[in-house]
Design a binder for this molecule. Structure first.
Ligand code: SF4
Length: 255
């Protein structure tokens, strides 16, 4: 069977699966903290973004540049071809349910960094017909296997955050400096942030955290009650994107 036929058949079956599973199941929206003893993951990676610290560096794009360089993300100028792992969006679009006309002026006009939220209940994973994307049991990272991706883009349709990009063209000629230690992708596959799982495996911080001049990004383990991220979530007000959808995003915006 050729690729197109395969996509058609798997697509139809995925539609059925998606239709049946589009709504989150209550037991899957529970946080890892609430899981019964013995079923709790040993780690749950998450990120906190201190919005006011981020705003101190005007027009800064250091996190995006470092992430894209580390992961061979192509620099395509045509917006319809763009591939993005981290980017900035106006606060009112990133967190529309939090926005109102009388809020702090600096927030009203702020751009905040956005990326894959590594959701605890990820709809992208549910709809993938080839299991090319999945949530890792041991730490909650929503992974991708680009060799298994057939380019059906159901995950893109299912993600309510627009966190995934499709390679409409061969990305390799548009990578400024190809890093052989990280795989490059090909035309016809989807990609997104991987929470720097390759760097975490070597005990390194994520590329965005390392590059952030304002120290606005805190990455850590939610299963560790002593971790700095847990401390921040205990003591600061933290917002999550479209939290009403039940996806349980794991990027927290501190305001
Ligand atoms: Fe999936 Fe989108 Fe959640 Fe990332 S943000 S895990 S791509 S649903």
């Amino acid at each position: 069977m050729d690729r197109r036929g395969f996509v058609k058949i798997t697509g139809l079956s995925a539609l059925g699966v998606a239709g049946a599973q589009a709504l989150p199941r209550a037991e899957e929206t529970a946080s890892p903290q609430a899981a019964p003893e013995g079923k709790r993951p040993s780690r749950r990676w998450a990120m906190a973004v201190d919005v006011s610290k981020c705003l101190t560096e005007k027009d800064c794009a250091a996190c995006t540049a470092a992430c894209h360089r580390a992961h061979n993300v192509p620099d395509l100028s045509d917006p319809k071809d763009q591939v993005r792992w981290i980017w900035k969006e106006p606060f009112r679009e990133a967190l529309p349910e939090q926005h109102h006309d009388y809020m702090n002026e600096s927030l009203q006009h702020a751009d905040v960094m956005v990326m894959c939220n590594h959701c605890d209940n990820p709809p992208c994973v549910r709809v993938c017909p080839t299991q090319a994307t999945w949530k890792r049991d041991q730490d909650g990272i929503v992974m991708m296997d680009w060799h298994r991706c057939i380019g059906c883009r159901y995950c893109m349709a299912a993600c309510p955050y627009g966190s995934r990009s499709f390679n409409w063209r061969d990305p390799r000629p548009s990578i400024a400096e190809l890093r052989p230690e990280f795989p490059s992708r090909s035309r016809g596959v989807v990609e997104k942030c991987n929470f720097c799982e390759e760097r975490l495996a070597e005990g390194k911080p994520t590329a965005c955290v390392e590059a952030c001049k304002a120290k606005a990004l805190v990455f850590g383990d939610l299963m560790d009650p002593q971790s700095p991220i847990r401390d921040l979530l205990r003591t600061r007000t933290a917002l999550r994107r479209k939290s009403g959808l039940g996806t349980e995003p794991q990027i927290y915006y501190l305001v």
